[in-house]
Design a protein around this ligand. Structure first.
Ligand SMILES: NC(=O)c1ccc[n+]([C@@H]2O[C@H](COP(=O)([O-])OP(=O)(O)OC[C@H]3O[C@@H](n4cnc5c(N)ncnc54)[C@H](OP(=O)(O)O)[C@@H]3O)[C@@H](O)[C@H]2O)c1
Length: 266
């Protein structure tokens, strides 16, 4: 199977990295971008990956074609390829907020015969530990190979298209939200340590080791809280302070704003 990636930017490269890490042949990946700078970066990062400035060549040689450009660049990226022969090929779009209907329109697929799948991964697919939402408007049996492909790269959630934006904000934007939370924990610790390096190391280790402990002890979040926050102790006092605030509401506020933004992009 050959996979062509149109728009090998941040997510496109995460995808290529995950594929190669999971055992996929680099030489079975064909990449396209806009600038020479990106072509050089891809050649340096992924020796063996084929690069081409010719989208028609990429499409002809690929069984799966992934569109990973920014939504604002979709029209420019797709306009020259709309009338090419996609028979027997699968088209995957990573673009947030661009619907299957939009894709059919841009690819002049009035009859709705093209196999187009919306896929919403997060950048952790590069580690084969990602989260990927997949939506398809026809029989899911037809996209078994897409589901199997993304299972190599982590968890897959198959869901109706109208629910895909939830994956986009909770999982797609998730690494940025998680990094934000960790950074603020570091900033809070720094009010005590007053040494940025120590605070950063402490914050990273706290988050990293908590996840390790949960996995090893098969604990859930509450189990860890109960184990550490002994009755009447100092940790319990800290947790009580958090409970007085609308902590969930603050976090949800960011997720909700991100969700609304996608609706506006549409
Ligand atoms: N980043 C994430 O975590 C994430 C998560 C979920 C979904 N997504 C979706 O993934 C898509 C890509 O996001 P990104 O963060 O990877 O963006 P990005 O880093 O800006 O990458 C976009 C790539 O598209 C290329 N490109 C732009 N116009 C093109 C054209 N006309 N023909 C060929 N290539 C073109 C750019 O080429 P040059 O580099 O040469 O300019 C660049 O490599 C977006 O639609 C986004 O909604 C991203």
């Amino acid at each position: 199977m050959k996979i062509g990636i149109i728009g090998i930017g941040h997510l496109g490269r995460s995808f290529a990295k995950g594929l190669i890490k999971s055992g996929f042949n680099a030489s079975d990946i064909i990449a396209n971008a806009r600038t020479l700078e990106t072509f050089s970066k891809v050649k340096e990062l992924f020796p063996g990956v084929i690069t081409t400035t010719d989208k028609a060549e990429l499409i002809e040689k690929s069984d799966i074609i992934v569109i990973a450009v920014k939504p604002k660049d979709a029209v420019a990226a797709l306009s020259g390829i709309a009338d090419l022969d996609f028979a027997g090929k699968t088209i995957i779009t990573f673009m947030a907020g661009i619907t299957l209907k939009d894709m059919r329109k841009m690819l002049h697929d009035d009859a709705g015969t093209l196999k187009i799948v919306r896929v919403m991964p997060n950048v952790a697919i590069s580690l084969c530990n990602g989260i990927t939402g997949i939506s398809y408007d026809k029989d899911e049996k037809d996209i078994e190979e897409v589901i199997t492909l993304f299972r190599r790269l982590g968890m897959v959630i198959s869901l109706p298209e109208e629910e895909l934006d939830t994956v986009t904000v909770c999982a797609g934007s998730g690494p940025a939200f998680a990094a934000y939370l960790m950074r603020e924990y570091k900033n809070a610790c720094n009010k005590m340590f007053k040494d940025e390096k120590i605070s950063e190391e402490v914050a990273i280790r706290v988050f990293e080791s908590t996840l390790q402990l949960m996995k090893e002890d098969k604990d859930n979040f509450n189990d860890v809280i109960t184990k550490v926050a002994t009755k009447g102790g100092s940790t319990e006092k800290g947790i009580e302070k958090y409970e007085e605030t609308d902590f969930t509401g603050i976090i949800y506020g960011g997720i909700e704003a991100s969700y609304e933004r996608i609706s506006k992009l549409k």
